[in-house]
Write a protein that binds this ligand. Structure first.
Ligand SMILES: Nc1ncnc2c1ncn2[C@@H]1O[C@H](COP(=O)(O)OP(=O)(O)OP(=O)(O)O)[C@@H](O)[C@H]1O
Ligand SMILES: [Mg+2]
Length: 318
C-alpha cells in the first residue's frame, strides 16, 4: 500500500515564515537590545573619565594645581589621585629648576659686572692699538653675557607661578608708555623715530606689572635692535572689545616660515648681525600665555614686523 503525503509550496513557505518570526526575529531583537544596553552602560561608565579628560585638556600648561576630587566617582578616584601626585611632583621639579636658573643667573651677575668694570678701566689705561680691538671684543662679550643673564632671570621669573599668581587690575597704556621710554636712549643712538600712542579710553587688563613691562621692553627692544639706522618704530595700545598692544617697525621683517620658530628658546634667525641670546620672544610668549593673551607676528604696513598682543579687557571694579 502506498501512502503519499504532499504539501503545497505555499504551505511550506508559510511554515518557514512562521518559524522565522517565532525564533530568529526575537533573537535579533534580543541581540540589538543587549548591544544597546552594553553601549549605554559603557558610555555611562566612561562619563567621569570624559569629564576628567575635558578638565585636563582645557588647562593651560602653567596650571599645575591638583584636579578637583570632590565630585569624582569611586572608580576613577585612584586615577585622579595618581594624576594629582604626578602634577605635584612635576610642579616641585619645575620650581626647583626655576630656582636653580634664577640663582645661577643671579650669581653670574656680580662677576660679570666686575669684569665689565675692569675691562672698561683697562681700555682707558692701555692705549695700545694692538690691544684696543681685543678690549673692545671683551667689552661686547661682557655686554652679551649681561644680556643673556638678564634674559635668563626674566625667563625664570615668568615661569610658571610668578606671573599667574601676582596679577592686579592695571592700565596697559601706563605700562607700555613707561617701557617705551626705557628704550628712548637706544633709539636715539640709532636715530630711530620711536613713538607711543595710547588708547583714548583706559586699557584695563588683569596683569602682572613686572611681566608686562618685560614683555613690552622685549618687543620694543627687538624693533629698535633689528630696524636699520634712521628707521621707525611705533608702539600703540587700543582698547575696544579687547585690549591690544601693537609694536610695529619698518625693519627687515620676519619671514613667514620663521614666525613660529622665533618663539623657541635660543632660536635666532641666521644671517643676522645684531647680537642677542634668542630668549626675548620666548619670554614674551610665556608672559602672554600667563595672561591668556594671544600673540601674532604679522607683516607691518611698511614691510617690517608688526607684533600684536591681544588681552581680555576688564571693566573698572572687576
Ligand atoms: N622686530 C623684529 N624685526 C626683525 N627680526 C626680528 C624682530 N624681532 C625678532 N626678530 C628675529 O627673531 C629672533 C628671535 O628674537 P628674540 O627676541 O627671541 O631673541 P634675540 O633678540 O636674538 O635675543 P635676546 O634674547 O637678546 O632678545 C631674533 O634673533 C631676530 O632674528
Ligand atoms: Mg630680542
Amino acid at each position: 500500500m502506498l501512502v503519499q503525503v504532499a504539501e503545497t509550496l505555499n504551505a511550506r513557505s508559510a511554515l518557514t515564515n512562521r518559524i522565522l518570526s517565532a525564533i530568529v526575529i526575537p533573537q535579533i531583537a534580543l541581540i540589538l537590545l543587549g548591544a544597546a544596553a552594553v553601549s549605554a552602560g559603557v558610555s555611562k561608565g566612561l562619563t567621569p573619565l570624559r569629564r576628567l579628560e575635558r578638565a585636563l585638556s582645557k588647562r593651560s600648561k602653567l596650571d599645575l594645581k591638583p584636579v578637583e576630587t570632590s565630585n569624582v566617582p569611586e572608580e576613577v578616584y585612584p586615577l585622579v589621585i595618581a594624576i594629582n601626585d604626578l602634577l605635584d611632583r612635576l610642579k616641585k621639579d619645575i620650581e626647583s629648576q626655576e630656582r636653580f636658573v634664577a640663582n645661577a643667573a643671579h650669581q653670574f651677575r656680580t662677576p660679570i659686572a666686575g669684569l665689565k668694570t675692569y675691562v672698561g678701566l683697562a681700555e682707558r689705561i692701555i692705549k695700545d692699538e694692538k690691544v684696543s680691538p681685543i678690549m673692545s671684543q671683551l667689552n661686547s662679550g661682557c655686554d652679551r653675557l649681561t644680556n643673556l643673564v638678564n634674559k635668563m632671570l626674566s625667563l625664570a621669573k615668568v615661569e610658571p607661578n610668578f606671573v599667574t599668581t601676582n596679577k592686579t587690575l592695571l592700565d596697559l597704556n601706563e605700562i607700555a608708555s613707561r617701557a617705551t621710554s626705557d628704550l628712548v636712549a637706544e633709539a636715539l643712538e640709532k636715530e630711530i623715530d620711536l613713538t607711543f600712542k595710547n588708547s583714548s579710553d583706559q586699557a584695563l587688563i588683569n596683569g602682572n606689572e613686572t611681566g608686562l613691562m618685560d614683555m613690552v621692553v622685549n618687543l620694543v627692544e627687538n624693533a629698535v635692535h633689528y630696524t636699520q639706522k634712521g628707521g621707525k618704530v611705533s608702539v600703540s595700545v587700543t582698547a575696544n572689545e579687547a585690549v591690544t598692544l601693537l609694536v610695529e617697525d619698518n625693519g627687515p621683517g620676519i619671514p613667514i616660515e620663521e614666525r613660529e620658530r622665533v618663539f623657541e628658546r635660543f632660536y635666532r634667525i641666521l644671517g643676522n648681525e645684531a647680537s642677542g641670546s634668542g630668549l626675548g620672544l620666548s619670554i614674551v610668549k610665556e608672559i602672554a600665555l600667563a595672561h591668556n593673551a594671544t600673540i601674532t607676528l604679522e607683516e607691518g604696513s611698511a614691510g617690517g614686523t608688526l607684533v600684536r598682543v591681544t588681552f581680555e579687557r576688564m571693566k573698572k571694579g572687576s
